[in-house]
Design a protein around this ligand. Sequence first.
Ligand SMILES: Nc1ncnc2c1ncn2[C@@H]1O[C@H](COP(=O)(O)OP(=O)(O)OP(=O)(O)O)[C@@H](O)[C@H]1O
Ligand SMILES: O=P(O)(O)OC[C@H]1O[C@H](OP(=O)(O)OP(=O)(O)O)[C@H](O)[C@@H]1O
Ligand SMILES: O=C(O)c1cccnc1
Length: 492
Amino acid sequence: MNRSSNSLALLTDLYELTMAYGYWKCGKAEQSAAFHLFFRNSPFHGGYAIAAGLEPVLDFLRSFRLDASDVEYLGTLVGNDGRPLFDAEFLQYLAELELTLDLDAIPEGTVVFPHEPLLRVCGPIVQCQLIETAMLNLINFQSLIATKASRVVMAAQGDAVLEFGLRRAQGIDGGLAASRAAFIGGCAATSNVLAGKRFGIPVKGTHAHSWVMSFDSEPDAFAAYAEAMPNNCVFLVDTYDTLQGVRHAVEVGRRLRESGHRMVGIRLDSGDLAWLSIEARKILDAAGFPDAVIVASNDLDERLIQSLKFQGAAVTVWGVGTKLATAYDQPALGGVYKLGAIQDESQQWQPRIKVSEQLIKTSTPGIQQVRRYVDDDGMAIADMIYNELQPIPETCTAVDFQDATHRTEFAATVAFEDLLKPMIRQGNVVGESIPLDDIRSRALKQLQQFDRTILRIDHPHRYRVGLEHALHDLKAEMVLESRQRIKTGTAT
Ligand SMILES: Nc1ncnc2c1ncn2[C@@H]1O[C@H](COP(=O)(O)OP(=O)(O)OP(=O)(O)O)[C@@H](O)[C@H]1O
Ligand SMILES: O=P(O)(O)OC[C@H]1O[C@H](OP(=O)(O)OP(=O)(O)O)[C@H](O)[C@@H]1O
Ligand SMILES: O=C(O)c1cccnc1
């Protein structure tokens, strides 16, 4: 059997297929359902996240189709008794399956908060279920990295951040996806050339220690680099003795200047980056190179950059690799995909809830939308999740997600934006594809809508996200009803 094909339709967990088979067997396959993808906690102990991964989601859904090799492979799967897992008629159904779903999504680059649906998928339950895993995979990782990048960029306070993560990223796709997401989060460029080609991200780089080590001396190495690349010289100065390296860079920089070129700067990659950058700055300034940039790298992340800034480091460009591309301190976002409503035989939507002992893990019923209220200066005030199945009054009350005694009223005159936008209708992409540059600009602009206390790196002030009053009441009733049924032994 030839199992090589470009189809990604089987990029799913087996249980999605076994459930699909079950739905199909019991006649529920075409029953409409509404699922929401959301996360419960902001990553890195921060106060927000940046939505990312939507364009790859649209690409995945656009090309979703099980091809002959997919179906053939599924036909080889057997259950515990050694018999085929799926019957031939179901495999035929899958072979003919075309997505007819609706997808609403919060655009990439939007600042988002726990419990807000980043994606809302409505349509035949089999289809919603088959795409679940890929949706989670794409949105979780890219939103995580975009958020990490946003924190790093914020710590850099306007200095450029270069993403250097490919060599330590989680595989090929992890590296490419990380470069894309890091750019959305505000990085200025990547060292990843394939990401540059694929996504149009600016590519930048310096040189490695191996370049210097391959010559008999550091001055020879810098001179040869300048000869080869007179317009792209950032000299890595720490191979032997950092400050001596800076002086060697200055010598070559002078020769570059004499020949009508310009030394771009130097890179520090070890030692005390605060002290060395300050000393290097003095040498560069005294030698007449006040515009020469000082790039720093070496296991940097947002906290280290914040500390180096505090120490007065004279770094002007930050090269951040491993800790950004792998989201080192929190390697997963933990987004989930939950059923909010399902249609009954008479096509009436019925809200559904997953009850948990932990309030945070109890799902929200309904077909949800997120409303962001903004004040007259365009600053975000609070977000409210509402249920499109319930009429909402002109003056809305949002009941805080974590503290139900905290309620905020929004008069009809308060400006707002509903964040979930139509992306796919009946399987056809209707949302426009946004250039990556514009997504990045959106993220940077969006952050200005939020108070800095909400954005700070540690122990942030909590931005209020509430449930619209009627939705809050519906959720509470459904939880109580479920608990009552358990008490009285009535099946739910
Ligand atoms: N001024 C500073 N304040 C806080 N942390 C710093 C400072 N300067 C450097 N660091 C960080 O300290 C860590 C250790 O750096 P250092 O260069 O001493 O060790 P290293 O990476 O093992 O060096 P080498 O590459 O020479 O073996 C790195 O993560 C680096 O970014
Ligand atoms: O520290 P990160 O944030 O992951 O940034 C990327 C690191 O990758 C390179 O080191 P490496 O030792 O791989 O190669 P080199 O010889 O160029 O230093 C570079 O010098 C950085 O230190
Ligand atoms: O260009 C650089 O300086 C670079 C690229 C990848 C990893 N570390 C550094």
